[in-house]
Design a protein around this ligand. Structure first.
Ligand SMILES: [Zn+2]
Ligand SMILES: [Zn+2]
Ligand SMILES: [Zn+2]
Ligand SMILES: [Zn+2]
Ligand SMILES: [Zn+2]
Ligand SMILES: [Zn+2]
Length: 221
């Protein structure tokens, strides 16, 4: 079947095979880093590379992004090697083999999911004004912890929130705040999943991404 294969810019070296992942599958998408269990995606067996069908359709070769308005960003794959890549929006790592949007001229890299955050957003934690995503510094008005460079900000009230905190009240929870004796790695995993929850929440509510909402709504049960 000719329709069973496709080429994708996230893995240009091989054709990808259309795959129905079973519900116990542990594979995750090399574009959005979310699970593929129970969903349809595309796989390269030789490289253990997998992506959601929706991610394959949605993410284009080049994008323009408000946080880096000077240049077009180009989809690139993180190479294997010793250099640690991180996202200029959320500061989390970009694992080898995954897709990022990059400005090579400026060394600006961003997770595909982080390009979905809206520039303006009304948070349930600060319902009276719109928040804008800005590069600045300081502490979060909700959790008091230091902010990464990019965060949501109300210029009227000087109110600042982590991207995750801006969505935390409304994001589907189920996780009590069980802080305490977590080691660094657990903390990193927790941060990672908070960021993805935040992105999913925004994709669903602000509907910046149309089709993608269907992928992410599958994980909110
Ligand atoms: Zn995906
Ligand atoms: Zn491959
Ligand atoms: Zn990011
Ligand atoms: Zn640039
Ligand atoms: Zn916070
Ligand atoms: Zn305000």
């Amino acid at each position: 079947m000719a329709t069973g294969q496709r080429w994708h810019l996230a893995h240009p070296q091989h054709m990808l095979l259309k795959t129905q992942y079973d519900s116990t599958s542990r594979h995750s998408c090399d574009i959005c880093c979310d699970k593929l269990s129970g969903l349809i995606g595309y796989r390269c067996n030789a490289c253990d590379f997998d992506i959601h069908e929706e991610c394959a359709d949605y993410f284009k070769e080049t994008i323009s992004f408000f946080a880096h308005p000077w240049h077009t960003l180009t989809a690139s794959t993180i190479p294997d090697g010793t250099i640690k890549w991180s996202c200029d929006i959320c500061r989390e790592s970009c694992p080898a083999g995954t897709l990022v949007y990059r400005c090579t001229q400026c060394g600006f890299d961003v997770h595909p999911m982080c390009t979905l955050f809206p520039q303006t957003f009304r948070s349930p934690l600060h319902p009276q004004h719109d928040l804008n995503m800005v590069p600045s510094w300081g502490g979060c008005s909700s959790c008091q912890e230091d902010l990464p460079v990019w965060h949501y900000h109300c210029g009227i009230c000087a109110y600042k929130l982590h991207i995750e905190c801006a969505t935390s009240d409304a994001a589907p929870s189920g996780s009590g705040s069980s802080h305490g004796a977590v080691d660094d790695q657990n903390a990193a995993v927790a941060r990672e999943s908070r960021r993805h929850r935040a992105a999913k929440f925004l994709v669903n509510t602000v509907s910046v991404a149309g089709n993608l909402a269907s992928v992410f709504s599958a994980f909110q049960g």
